[in-house]
Design a binder for this molecule. Structure first.
Ligand code: URA
Length: 433
């Protein structure tokens, strides 16, 4: 089979067969197909798209291109979640212990942050001693013992996606629905869970800026995931402002603990309850109403908080800092930002606020950058709040004093004010099942 013919067929609008898709993935990962031919195929797919059948075949072939995790011993209890990335998104730290406390099995592979969005592995590494690099045996046995294990994504998982994503990134072919779907869902398939809940974020801080695009992606990923034999649902959630009040690794760990102690409600709590409800409904085979009650109870009776500490302890982390946030990494410098005028906060550009956190040292611009775990922002006020001139808007934290000025300017650029009360979208925009 010649790669030339596969490219030509897709260029002319044809439908690729299973054998052609397999040959492409095998040949590309094996080094026989050069980048320029793979790029040409990506561009042909970008313009001609793919049928569901082709996307499912591509997803499956990518999932099998490297190591895969076998969670079949957990039957229907294994459950995973994936977020398309946001600002202040610490939901994994909250929903994973909730699900484990209810008897589900959360064996999760997670990534690091890049650009304005954070990564769960970085947040966890802000806890002293926490190991994010578990062997496969540790990963499975910890899941068996306490119902939860979270590890940084193994280097051998879905090499086809790593290679193709780098290529798409430099050839203007990232924003193709079948290519995004196969990229995300291949990683989820390889990670092994029977049940998958997707959090597709939309808004100023999200990859999918519009509700329409988020819906198309969510529906596509749910259909393809099901075609590949998994139970999948997706929530489309609001990322017009950061989620919760904390943005930055250690600050987010402290906020997650607060939610699990039942001390904080609001947008973060609401999104976590909705995600956990969907995960419980699929993995524990509960009705949505029973699942929601179980989730709320797991927070209210402290069982999810206890599970969070069992989990952190199992991975070598210091649980004292979960009870007492002052034991998490602390910043040497802080700066309070005051409101420049009176009125309602009309809009918050979540991406710009994420960028302000990167400026403070809390994120990466390049994969090799190191992170200041203590850096970040605590938002005192959010969209819809009325503020008086001179009131506290937020506090910036960093170990690099020189970054405070530019981060403050970035933050103020991100926030706009109005004399009229703004109308904003609900946190849960839609559920796709
Ligand atoms: N995130 C991914 O993992 N893959 C894409 O293609 C886009 C976003």
């Amino acid at each position: 089979m010649r790669m030339y013919d596969i490219i030509k067929k897709k260029r002319d609008g044809g439908v690729l067969t299973s054998a052609e898709i397999e040959a492409f993935i095998e040949g590309y990962v094996g080094g026989e197909i050069p980048d320029y031919q793979a790029s040409a195929l990506m561009m042909a797919i970008y313009f001609r798209s793919m049928t569901d059948e082709e996307t499912a075949l591509l997803t499956d072939a990518m999932a099998r291109s490297g190591e895969t995790v076998d969670l079949s011993r957990f039957g229907n209890l294994s459950v995973d979640k994936h977020s398309t990335g946001g600002v202040g998104d610490k939901t994994t730290l909250i929903v994973a212990p909730i699900l484990a406390s209810l008897g589900a099995r959360v064996a999760k592979m997670t990534g690091r942050g890049l650009g304005h969005t954070g990564g769960t592995a970085d947040k966890l590494e802000s806890i002293k001693g926490f190991r994010t690099s578990l062997s496969v045996e540790e990963f499975i046995s910890q899941t068996e013992k306490i119902g939860i294990a979270v590890t940084a994504q193994s280097g051998n998982l879905t090499p086809a996606d790593k290679m193709l994503y780098s290529l798409r990134d430099v050839t203007a072919t990232v924003d193709s629905i079948p290519l995004i779907t196969s990229s995300i869902m291949s990683k989820k398939l390889a990670a092994g869970s029977k049940n998958i809940v997707l959090d597709v974020k939309t808004g100023s801080g999200a990859f999918m800026k519009t509700e329409e695009d988020a819906k198309i992606l969510a529906e596509n990923m749910v259909r393809i995931g099901k075609k590949c034999g998994r139970n999948v649902s997706a929530l489309i959630t609001n990322m017009d402002r950061p989620l919760g009040f904390a943005v930055g690794n250690a600050l987010e760990v402290a906020e997650a603990a607060k939610v699990l102690r039942g001390e904080q409600k609001g947008d973060l709590y609401e999104v976590c309850v909705a995600l956990a409800t969907e995960m419980a409904a699929l993995s524990l085979r509960l009705s949505p109403e029973d699942a929601k009650q179980a989730v709320i109870k797991a927070i209210a009776d402290g069982s999810a908080y206890k599970k969070m500490k069992d989990w952190i302890s199992a991975q070598g982390g210091d649980t004292a800092c979960i009870d007492d946030a002052s034991l998490l990494p602390q910043a040497s410098f802080k700066k309070t930002v005051y409101a420049p005028c009176e009125g309602f906060i009309e809009k918050m550009d979540a991406e710009a606020i994420g960028t302000a956190v990167v400026m403070l040292g809390g994120g990466r611009l390049k994969k090799e950058d190191t992170i200041d775990y203590a850096a970040g922002i605590i938002l005192n006020k959010k969209t819809g709040d009325y503020i008086k001139s001179g009131e506290q808007l937020c506090v910036l934290y960093t170990n690099n004093e020189a970054s405070l000025v530019s981060a403050e300017a970035k933050y103020l650029e991100a926030v706009s004010f109005s004399q009229r009360e703004p109308v904003f979208r609900p946190e849960i925009i839609e559920i796709v099942r």
